[in-house]
Ligand binder design. Sequence first.
Ligand SMILES: [Zn+2]
Length: 265
Amino acid sequence: MSDLTRVWLTVDTDDLRHVPSNQGHPTRSKPDKDLPVLSDTFRNGMIEFKEWLNTHDRAVTLFVIADQCESEDFVQMICDICESFGKRITIGCHGLHHRSWSAWPEDAEGFSRDLKAAATVLEQEFPQHFRRWFRAPAGYLASWMIPVLIEQEFVVDSSVNPSWLVNKKYGKGESWKTVLAAVKQTSLIERPWKTRLSLPTCGPAQHITGLRWNARRAWANLSEALDASEIDSVEDSSNELDTIYWHILDHARKDGGWIPPIKGL
Ligand SMILES: [Zn+2]
């Protein structure tokens, strides 16, 4: 039996050029300049994502990287999703260029500039759907990023993967626990990602050998996802939620046949 904690469905819009092995990370990135602003894989993923949205009535938040809006086609695709599904769609911020700020030395000024530029673009392109909700590129926050988010009136962060498996990513003296504790001292609401048996279940964990069995079990036992009338509860800290995420690019897997393995959807 699943518990009654409701589920927040979130999807990151990273394109092929945004993955840390290509850009944004101090040690992992080897940029390939030939990757397009908007890839065909992404286009295919969006087509399949829309198909999937047509099969149910739940709300979905897209975490968008603002530099994707350099492509008019990208903006068109997101606007089409917004028009087709209305209040079911909300848009959060996944950075300006997907720079992994937490992996670099502390730079509050640089992050602040980036965040402001990103929020400006997203607000301008998707005014009815944009919310000041943040997901850190590469999926983890450093504590010094928290005051910057608050200063720029972000109300929700969803960047904490509460698993021992990711602690090596954090800077000296930090872990997901210290970051979560630091957020809890502030007005910012943290929506950590769903784990099972203390292991990640979101994003790549759905596909990695050794993690995917557990990850799929977790998603197969979720309770009901939020609908459009309930999406504001993301901003209500008295509401516990199970937050899960995957990528638009995942919808291009298996020749477009992949769908998130969520119970009831
Ligand atoms: Zn990302």
